[in-house]
Design a protein around this ligand. Structure first.
Ligand code: SF4
Ligand code: SF4
Length: 182
């Protein structure tokens, strides 16, 4: 899927998608959660000019929708995933717990999405090489949002993440293969 990107917004030092996204291509296969061997942590792709097509078209929603700089995934710990957006679901993939989870910023943005009729899912990574856990939590978060209660909202987010972390992880079955450079 290729979504129109916000002009002027760049990944900068973020490389989260080069870690979290599984790839199983002829020239590049890497298990979920393994930082791609072509990635220089904090700097980016060292095979940028010849990177696979999938890498050219996959962007998190921070590159697509109006979210503040603090939402950049390496700062917020949240990769806002694009998959599901066509069905009206936005997935917050929480790769690291940061202050963002209890912030008025997160509360306000999620409240805005719910007001627009967008569903919200939370997701957490499992061990390297396993699929993440994910659950739609719109109805679970809604009472705290309707009450205008950011503290109750944050508590519900944390409880969801704790529950997801107990998931019965399934292996993605991907064996690493790095052959982009031939
Ligand atoms: S090839 Fe480059 S863009 Fe693709 S996952 Fe690896 S480091 Fe990231
Ligand atoms: S997760 Fe988003 S901001 Fe970070 S490198 Fe990927 S596309 Fe760029």
């Amino acid at each position: 899927m290729s979504l129109p990107l916000l002009p002027g917004r760049e990944c900068g030092g973020c490389v989260e998608c080069c870690r979290v996204i599984p790839l199983d291509l002829p020239e590049l296969a890497k298990p979920t959660g393994e930082l791609c061997a072509y990635c220089v942590d904090g700097a980016g792709c060292r095979v940028h000019a010849i990177r696979p097509q999938t890498c050219r078209t996959w962007f998190c929603l921070w590159r697509v929708i109006e979210l503040s700089d603090e939402w950049r995934p390496d700062r917020s710990g949240i990769v806002v995933r694009p998959d599901g957006i066509e069905d009206g679901v936005i997935t917050l993939f929480v790769v690291r717990r940061t202050e963002m989870l209890a912030s008025p910023e997160l509360f306000g943005v999620v409240a805005g999405w719910l007001a627009e009729g967008i569903e919200v899912a939370l997701s957490v990574p499992g061990p390297v090489g396993s699929y993440p856990a994910r659950a739609v939590v719109t109805d679970w978060l809604r009472p705290a949002i309707e009450a205008g209660d950011p503290a109750a909202f944050a508590e519900r987010v944390i409880r969801s993440l704790d529950r997801l972390a107990q998931h019965d992880w399934q292996a993605d079955g991907i064996t690493a293969r790095y052959a982009v450079e031939g």
